[in-house]
Design a protein around this ligand. Structure first.
Ligand SMILES: [Zn+2]
Ligand SMILES: [Zn+2]
Length: 207
């Protein structure tokens, strides 16, 4: 929406970023949906806010989305009061929104579908930098000790823990002990990094 939130002190502030909501995740994985596989899927309930805003008030023209003009279908979503994306400032689709690109170490664009090719590179032991909302994530396969060692050397981070990415709470439980409060935070729309105790067998699984 276009209105910034007001805090008790009376100063306008930007709404926080939010992970994709369940409705958007359903569309993301629904073959035939026009946003199927669209990495930048959002609606009024989710998506980037603070990270892509340049100034108040929170409005598309004041965000990084300003240069992406809405296609007719997205314009229809934006102007229909009953639509989930009515006045969603970040809405887009594959026809009109940002596109993914995979660049090699020399900054040349690599061939292939970017996500599939990135997965293939990680599986082969590569370290990739994924541009997210708040900066770059350096990613490698945590199950490949050589790749982790290279990442630690490049980051000059020999012992400090690295974050593990998992798709859901069930997956997290394979590696870590998760109580109810921790499960709540793992599922929270802020998607915070959650500090967890390892499972006794975790190190053996990663060896
Ligand atoms: Zn959503
Ligand atoms: Zn569109």
């Amino acid at each position: 929406m276009t209105l910034p939130l007001a805090n008790p002190g009376g100063c306008a502030r930007l709404p926080a970023d939010s992970a994709a909501c369940p409705a958007c995740l359903n569309e993301l994985f629904e073959p035939g949906n026009r946003r199927y596989g669209h990495a930048f899927i959002t609606c009024t309930d989710c998506g980037p806010r603070d990270s892509i805003s340049h100034r108040l008030p929170y409005d598309r023209a004041h965000t990084s989305m300003a240069r992406f003009a809405l296609c007719p279908a997205c314009q229809s979503d934006y102007t229909a009061p009953a639509n989930r994306r009515f006045h969603a400032e970040t809405l887009a689709c594959p026809a009109c929104g940002p596109q993914l690109q995979l660049l090699g170490s020399g900054a040349a664009t690599l061939a292939g579908e970017p996500i599939a090719e990135t997965v293939r590179l990680i599986q082969r032991g590569a370290i990739v930098a994924v541009k997210g909302l708040g900066g770059f994530h350096l990613l490698c396969d945590a199950r490949q000790p050589d790749a982790v060692a290279r990442l630690r050397a490049r980051k000059q981070r020999p012992t400090k823990p690295l974050a593990l990415l998992v798709p859901n709470v069930a997956s997290a439980r394979q590696w870590a002990q998760v109580n109810d409060a921790e499960a709540h935070w793992l599922d929270a729309r802020e998607t915070p990094i959650v500090l967890l105790d390892k499972q006794p067998h975790s190190d053996a699984m990663l060896a």
